[in-house]
Structures are given as C-alpha cells and as structure tokens.
Design a binder for this molecule. Structure first.
Ligand code: MTE
Ligand code: LUZ
Ligand code: MOS
Length: 788
C-alpha cells in the first residue's frame, strides 16, 4: 500500500511556494500599519570599557521613535539560553566586535542609520583574547573541565607497540542560512506582544522575550511559518534579534522589524566552534586500536550559549565508529572575545570525529595498509566490542552492512588501483580516495529536551489541521509530519495541513535540533491521532450498532456487534474490518461526529523512552539510537595551486524505513556539501583586533554548484526498519555532514601520494588551497631528501 515509490512522490509541502516565490518568510509578511525599522548598533571593539553612552542627539532626530541602551530594559538584561551569562545589551564592558550596545527604532532605515551616526559612545580599549592558544595561556576558561574515560589508556599507551601523537585544528564555520536573522514584533492589547521570528526554538524565544520585557510568558506569542535555513544558527541566536525587536516594540508600541544585513549577521552571530585537539593513540601490528587519549579544546566566544552541550556531544563522538578498549577524553571550553559560538549541524561531532579519523588515517600510513581496511578492522562489533567509551551498547549496528555494500558499489578496489596508476604517471597532479563511516547518536544529550507536543484538529468536512512544536527550515519536517498524520488517519496527504508553529497552540517545546524533529514531533502527532481515532471509533461503533443502521445491513445480528477495536482507518474510509459493509467515508464520519457531540481536537505528547544518562559520571545511554552512513570520495588535486575537483562521491545511508526518500536524499546531499565547505574552502579569519575579515560572500567561500561532486551517487540502505522511531524511520539531518570527512581525507591521500605515502601531511580543517600547497611542498622536499 505504501511502496517506497508512492512515499517518494510526496514532494516538499512548500516546494511550489518556494519556486513561485509565494512562500512567506518573515520579511515577506505584509507590513502592519505603523511599522518601524529596528537597527542594532554594535561594538567596534573586541574588548573595551564603556565610559559613556550618549543617546540624546540620536533621540532628538525627527523620525526616531526610540533609542535604547541597557538602562532602558524593563526586565532582565539577559539572553543566555542555558546559563544566564550573556547580556542583551552591553553594560560596563563590551566583550566582542558585534556585541549589541544600542537599539534604534525609526520610520525608515535611512533615519535609523543617521541616528546611529549621532550616538556618542566612549570606549577605553582593552586587550582581547582572540584565539584558543592565548586563552589557554591566560587560563581563560568558560567553565569547568570535563573528563570521560574507560579503562586505563595511560598504561595501555605505555605498553603499546605503536604510538602516534599529534594535534589537529578545525576551523569555525558560518551557517549561511539564506534568510538572515529576522524578527517582526507586533504589539497587542495591553502588554501582549506577538513575535514572528525566524527561530528554531519558538518556546525559548518566547521565554527570552518575556524575560527582557519583564512579562509573564503568557503575554508573549511566537509564531514561525518557516525559516530560510537555520542549520543550528537559529537554535539560540534567533533569540537575540527577537529580544531586541521586542524591546523596541514595547518601548514604541509600534510594530518593529529587525532584519540583519548579511555582513552584520556574519559579524554579530556565533559560528561553529573552532577546536584544537591533541591526541595520542596506541595500536597493535594489525592496526587495532588499544588505547586513545583525546584533549578537546574549543573556542566558546564570550558566553556559554550551547558550548557545553556541544562539547559534550564532541566527547561522545570522539570514537566515531570505532571500538577503543581504553579511552579518555578531556575537554575544555575556552573564553575568547569573539561572538559566542553556537550550534551548527553536527554540534561538536564533526570536530571530534575529524580527530579520530586522523588517528585511523595515520595508523594506515604507518603500517602501509589501506585506511579503509584499518577502519573496517576497528568498527564496533555486533556481539562483542560493541560498548562505547561512555557505556552505551551499539545496537542495530549497520556499519558492516553499509561498509561491505559501499565497498563493492563504489568499486573501491579497482578505483584504488586506478588512483595509484594515475599517481605514478603524474608528478604535480595527484588523485586520492577515502572511505569513511559515520555513527551519530540521536537524542538531545540534555535528556529532558527529548520530548514534543502536538495539537490536531479535524473539521466537519474531514480536513485536518496539525500543529506541532517543530519548525520548518527547509528540511521537510512539515512534509513528513503531514505524511504521518495522513497515514494514521488513512487519508490522502491533501486532507492534512500543517499550521505555522505557534507557542499558543503547542507550548513548552524543545528546539528543532539534534536531527530529531520528526522523531519527536511525529511521535507527538501520532499520540494525538491515536486519541482522536479512539474517540471516533467508540462513537462509530455505537453508530454501526444502532437500529436504523442495522436495518440496512443484510444478515447482521446483535452478536456481531462492532467493537471500537474492530474499526480501521484506511483509503479515506472508516470501517469495521469484520463487516466491511459497515463503512463510512472519513469526511462523512466527521460530519456525523459533530452531530454525535464528539470532540475532534486533541493534544499529543511524546517523550523518548529508555534514555539514562549520568552527566556527572559520563556514563549511561544518552542516545535513543545511532544513525549510520558511509561515504567514499575520490578527488583530483593540483599540488601547485591546491585546487581540487571531486571526481566522484558514493554515499550509502541508513534512514531505516525512510518516510520520504526524496527528502532524505536531499538532506544527505545537502549535509555532505555543507561538510565539504567546512573541510575545504570555508575559512573564517579575524584580524588582530577581533574584526571579522570574512564577512560577506566575496571573502567567505561556501560551496557553489561547481563544487558539488559531478558524479554523486547517494543511496539509502533498504530493508532495515528502525525499531526506535516513528514508523521505522530514522533521523537524517546532521550525520551526513560528517561524511564529507571522506573528501578531506581523499585530499590528504592525494597530498600524501606526493611522498609515496611515506610522510604524514600537515593537515587541518579547512584544507584550503594554501594548506594543500604548503603540505605538498613540504612532503615533496622530504621525499627529495630521501632520494638524494
Ligand atoms: N536542512 C535545511 N534545508 N535547512 C536547515 O536549516 N538544518 C539542519 C538539518 N537540515 C537544516 C537542514 C540541522 S542543523 C538540523 S538539526 C535538522 O535539519 C533539523 O531538522 P530535523 O530535526 O527535523 O531533521
Ligand atoms: N542541541 C542541544 C543540539 O541542546 N543538545 C544536543 O545534544 C544537540 N545535538 C545536536 C544539535 N543540537
Ligand atoms: Mo541542528 S545543529 O541540531 O540545529
């Protein structure tokens, strides 16, 4: 009934609107009467004492409705999401370039800019901390160090026959959502405000607005139709723009919209955390890992934001897909004078996994064995060697199945030989190949967040309106939710509409994040549909069993009564599975329910069962299940310019019983390409004073259409439903990002070929053209010396 093909034909619910331009983003909402433009004036210094904030001249400018600084905040001057350590507007000291100091509301943008030029803010410039190394030297920690460990890694490393040590640096990354941070705030009656915000976390945005305005939460409504991309950048930091817009709205009693100019957005908002990772790994003659020690250091920026959750996920992914009997992970989040770094697809996973993959890659080079073979040998087992360094058993391990299939379908062996032949014949252009796995834990590691709510209404004509706590950011969540509701009610998807996300419909929700939007909200929607179906079934059983109906059913008798449990919902009808003549169309049944006084509205709730995570001990079962994928990438690299082309990428991903293969494949392609950007061209640079140098697309290079692999073969593993999530499906979203490590290691493999794989290339993320050229030159020189 629901073949893969039929499911795949369910296109994204907004696809048509996206194409025609009818899709409404915040900036497309028709301007309400009296709309003002909000402007955020930010610090030009990475660290400075504020000596004076002079607002009078700006306030006096005609057309200016409000000029606010920290003194004008009616509630709390706070917008830290987890720990209250981030000011809404700077007070005392500014701590990074881009930190908000003053807000202006004016009739138009021109006036707001003129007002900004009239501000007189005096600073005394202080010495900033701008990188992890300086932060370490000055012991500028954001919070306490954390450790996770199993066994005796130190002892194991002392006795291991092979030991490698090293350091890996990974770079920051800009989210580059197409819609910059935007919020339209509209005053209501009394103190009420409604914020139309491009946020991944409406409930938190609502709470922060209430806090800065000093209002109870019930006075604030947050609504989100869709985001023009979030990628983690709007998990917490959409709150900022919303808080600022709400302050201006409350001060002026006018609607206020803030839409950050792209460059300002890049300057003001946090990025993926930079990491400095030190590793030490011991292994045997077969390349089997014996013991590993990791030291993870991240650049948190000025405040904690999600840095500790991100570091926790990094610690939990330092094993990637490999069993390490003795392991320790020490982690520190450092405080620097840069905008607070934040969630971004993978959430610490990519950084830690890059380090583990570097370890594996080095083992392969040391032993002269293909890295793919070393990976396979170290994979988690299915019956033993299957417990992680934090105590969770790797259940339903698909690593071996995925690897074995991709190894064949990607023609790995033949292409490895072809790569070697190519490299033997070319001096300055080399090819490289790498096959890497991903194992990614699905669940928020902050356990209480693993829950969701829904509200489902059915109307008299049989049309269904579904509200849930998740937000649509392009990932297809609403499409999948619509499919789930349609499937549960046995109706076509056209009968179901998903409403805009609204805090008044579904309260107290979690962020749409951690790849679990469908798992959580789908679960809540199913719970609501189950409630409705059971109410409907009870009433219909009574109706089927009633006398007037009896007379039209030939041969039916009272000993063959319809029980509520006999009622099924399928193909647009509701029927008694034992007496199929007792049937009624879904739409007629709903009309009947109105007459029979049945409530056709229900809430739903879902919380993930079976999670048990002891944060203190770093031990337990933090994840509901694991997502798995494998990717193989072949590249060609010009060692004189560092430029490279991806010749071919093969990916095999386990999406369980995919709810929507077209959407899932799109997520895999998009995730991989976004990962490719982080691994290769996306380099974020600051000058010595903490100014962002790469604040627009002319200096910051995200992948474009030509960077996408010309030969891109993405497939889903079939025939393995996931027992732990809705309808056998499995999260996609973040894990494919890390498959781009295969491209990074393929480039490294090509560079390594310059020295016939006898020397370790100096590599980091991103492997920019410079990194490639210098690394290849160094290896070339070393190889020449050996020859001479
Ligand atoms: N896909 C699109 N098109 N736009 C996005 O902003 N965000 C990613 C991923 N895929 C994103 C995306 C991130 S970081 C996450 S956590 C998930 O989508 C969130 O949605 P989900 O949990 O419903 O998959
Ligand atoms: N957010 C969060 C996340 O608060 N906790 C998580 O574990 C997480 N993981 C991925 C992305 N966002
Ligand atoms: Mo995604 S980083 O969990 O928003």
């Amino acid at each position: 009934m629901d073949t893969m093909k039929e499911r795949g034909s369910d296109t994204h619910e907004s696809a048509g609107f996206h194409v025609t331009g009818e899709a409404v983003y915040i900036d497309d909402i028709a301007p309400p009467p009296g709309l003002l433009v909000g402007r955020v004036c930010y610090s030009p210094h990475a660290r400075a004492r504020i000596l004076n904030i002079g607002l009078e001249a700006a306030r006096a400018l005609p057309g200016v409705h409000a000029v606010l600084c920290h003194r004008d905040i009616p509630g709390e001057n706070q917008m830290g999401p987890v720990i209250h350590d981030e000011l809404c507007l700077a007070a005392g000291e500014v701590q990074c370039v881009g930190q908000a100091v003053v807000l202006i509301a004016a009739g138009d943008d021109e006036t707001a800019r003129r007002a900004e030029s009239l501000l007189s803010i005096e600073y005394e410039v202080l010495e900033p901390v701008l990188d992890i190394d300086t932060a370490i030297r000055k012991n500028s920690l954001l919070g306490p160090e954390r450790t996770m460990r199993r066994g005796e890694p130190e002892t194991t490393l002392r006795s291991a026959s092979h030991v490698i040590r090293g350091e890996l640096r990974t770079g920051a990354q800009e989210h580059w959502y197409l819609e910059s941070q935007t919020c339209l705030c509209v005053p209501g009656e009394g103190r009420e405000v409604t914020a139309f915000s491009s946020t991944q976390h409406p409930s938190e945005t609502q709470a922060i607005i209430a806090e800065v305005l000093g209002l109870p939460v019930h006075d604030v409504v947050v609504e989100v139709r869709r985001l023009g991309g979030g990628f983690g950048g709007k998990e917490t930091q959409a709150n900022h723009v919303a808080a600022w817009a709400s302050l201006l709205c409350a001060a002026t009693r006018h609607p206020v919209k803030i839409r950050l100019f792209r460059d300002d957005d890049m300057i003001m908002t946090g990025k993926r955390h930079r990491f400095l990772i030190r590793y030490e790994a011991g292994f045997d003659d077969n390349g089997l890992l014996l013991g590993v020690r990791f030291e993870l250091n991240s650049d948190g920026g000025i405040a904690s934001d999600l840095s500790f959750a991100i570091m926790e996920r990094a610690m939990l992914h330092a094993d990637n897909a490999y069993y390490v009997p003795h392991m320790s992970v020490v982690a520190r989040v450092w405080r620097t004078n840069l905008p607070s770094n934040t969630a971004m697809r993978g959430f610490g996973g990519p950084q830690a996994m890059a380090a583990m993959e570097t370890v594996i890659d080095r083992i392969a080079r040391e032993l002269g064995v293909d890295a793919a073979e070393i990976r396979k040998r170290n994979f988690y087992g299915t019956v033993d060697r299957n417990v992680t360094h934090y105590g969770q058993t790797v259940e339903n391990n698909r690593l071996h199945a995925l690897y074995n299939r991709l190894f064949v379908s990607s023609e790995y062996e033949a292409r490895r030989m072809a790569v070697e032949a190519f490299n033997a014949a070319h001096e300055f252009v080399k090819r490289g190949l790498a096959l890497t796995p991903v194992k990614f834990g699905i669940s928020f590691t902050t356990t209480f967040l693993n829950k969701a709510g829904a509200l489902v209404h059915i109307y008299r004509d049989g049309s269904i309106l579904v509200s849930h706590g998740g937000t649509e950011m392009g990932q297809g969540l609403h499409t999948k939710i619509r499919q789930i509701a349609a499937r549960e009610f046995g109706v076509g998807i056209d009968a179901v509409r998903v409403s805009a996300t609204n805090t008044s419909d579904v309260p107290n929700t979690s962020a749409t994040a951690a790849s679990s939007g469908t798992d959580l909200n789908g679960g809540a929607v199913r719970d609501a549909t189950a409630t409705l179906k059971s109410r409907i079934a009870s009433s219909l059983a009574g109706y089927f069993n009633a006398d007037p109906f009896e007379s039209i059913l030939p041969g039916s008798a009272h000993d063959e009564m319809t029980a509520p449990g006999d009622i099924e919902f399928a193909d647009g009808i509701i029927f008694d599975r034992k007496h199929t003549l007792r049937r009624i169309s879904f739409a007629s049944a709903m009309d009947l329910m109105i007459l029979r006084q049945v409530s056709l509205s229900a809430t739903g709730f879902y919380s993930v069962p079976g999670i048990a995570w002891d944060k203190e001990k770093g031990w337990g079962r933090p994840f509901n299940y694991y997502a798995f994928g494998v990717g193989a990438t072949e590249v060609e690299v010009d060692m004189l310019s560092g430029s490279h082309t991806i010749l071919r990428t093969d990916i095999l991903y386990d999406a369980g019983d995919s709810l929507n293969p077209a959407i899932d494949i799109g997520q895999i392609e998009g995730g991989y390409v976004q990962g490719l950007g982080w691994c290769t061209t996306e380099e974020i640079l600051w000058d010595g004073k903490g100014n962002l140098l790469t604040h627009s697309p002319d200096t910051y290079k995200i992948p474009a259409v030509r960077d996408v692999p010309a030969d891109f073969r993405v497939a889903l593993l079939e025939g393995h439903p996931n027992p732990n999530a809705i309808l056998g499906s499995k999260a996609v979203a973040e894990p494919p990002f890390m498959l781009a490590l295969s491209a990074w290691l393929a480039i490294k493999d090509a560079v390594s070929a310059v020295g016939r794989h006898r020397f370790e290339p100096d590599f980091q993320i991103p492997a920019t053209n410079e990194v490639i050229v210098f690394s290849a030159a160094r290896i070339g020189t070393m190889a020449d010396k050996v020859h001479a």
